[in-house]
Design a binder for this molecule. Sequence first.
Ligand code: HEM
Length: 469
Amino acid sequence: GEPTVGSRLLHSFYQFFPCSLSPSLPGPLSLPLLGNMLELAHDHLPSHLTSLARRYGNIYRLKCGNTTMVVLNSGDIIREALVKKWSDFAGRPHSYTGDVVSGGGRSISLGDYSEEWRAHRRLAHNALQRCTQQSLHGVIQKQALQLRQVLLDYNGRAADLSGDFTVAASNVITTLAFGKEYEKSSAELQRLHGCLNEIVSLWGSPWISALDSFPLLRKLPNPPFSRLLKEVARRDEIIRTHLDEYRVGVNTVDMVHSQVLTDTHVHMATVDLLIGGTETTAAWLSWTVAFLLHRPEVQYRVYDELCSVLDGRYPQYSDRHRLPVLCAVISEVLRLRPVAPLAVPHRAIRDSSIAGYFIPKNTVIIPNLFGAHHDPAVWTDPYAFKPERFLEGGGASTRALLPFGGGARLCLGEAVAKMELFLFTAYLLSDFQFVPAESRASLPDLTGVASVVLKAKAYTVIARPRPGP
Ligand code: HEM
């Protein structure tokens, strides 16, 4: 995109007037060399960044080596940057290790803003949209019924369901991408997810992110980095085999024929969908069950609504307007545990401003969605699980939610995810009552473990079949 008139004016303004006219961004004291790196080493980063917002305000800066990061912590400020000024902030930061995992920046999620990136994203978006309209509903229903069978097979024993949720979410994506689904025990599935999870966790490890900030380290032997390279090669091998075998899915048909894009783009879009679409949806399902274990009366209310509205049949996505309690639970879980709590870092592609502060080109922008969803100026009792806030008269609006980000980098799978969240929960809660494994003392921890995806800590639960209609 072209610079907006606003950003041009702003640019000339700052050229003529000294920067001191623009208030300088608040932020914690920055140490020599380290900057504010210690702030970033926190084990629940989203909630730490949110607590810094209470001290420094809803927009503040952190320094990390030569990079300035600006953290945005309220819905209004995030929307100003990502939606209103999307063309200023649609970039992604470049990084040495990011290039390694994204085929040289050729993925949709990590690729920087360019004509090529736009074409790539547009094609993947169109292909997904076509699938969403044509077959997604049936694909999800089939997985929901398979999940039902898996839970029945536990025969009332307590189990950790997170692996089953991953299989269900993964099968939706692999069906769309290469017409294939897997059993939980399938070696191929284990290989695929073992490898993708390893890449995500290695990439987030300090041994590897240090390579981005300190280029000299790249000359030294680094076993975790060698491991990352090996896993990336393995991932590419697995995906290449699948794409060759099943040239029927979303990507191939639509993308191979396009002139701008190469096989690498098809390949990387497949990686994007698998990484973006599996752990997110699965983590969200685990959160939902965890919250409902803490609030059995809410679970009962959803079940009661399902029974009275659907009269024993399974829901269609179009039934959602008649199931306000279920939808309120979905929104409240997305609010409290946005599974991509810090979205993906953005980069200012030109000088701009946010909330009246000058933001120079190349500043890294962190949208703290978790913080926005806990902003006391917007949400009453922000830390409490209260789905009723989204019901009529509850005072909250889903328009204030930003779980999928917004603007040019809006989650590519938003429509897919929304249909999955609705159908999977509706099926699960029609078929089962979820009860704590032992006593109420063994209820799941609700803090979670935050890396790129905000996951619930492992817990077990009993899925007790509901009486049939
Ligand atoms: C990006 C949230 C499911 C594919 C994102 C971002 C967020 C997000 C916050 C970053 C936006 C930004 O950079 O500002 C979620 C949530 C999900 C979910 C909460 C489920 C509950 C999915 C699914 C898919 C998917 C099912 C694939 C079918 C992607 C891709 C991107 C992305 C490809 C990168 C977009 C880009 O950089 O242009 N998602 N997501 N996500 N998501 Fe999702």
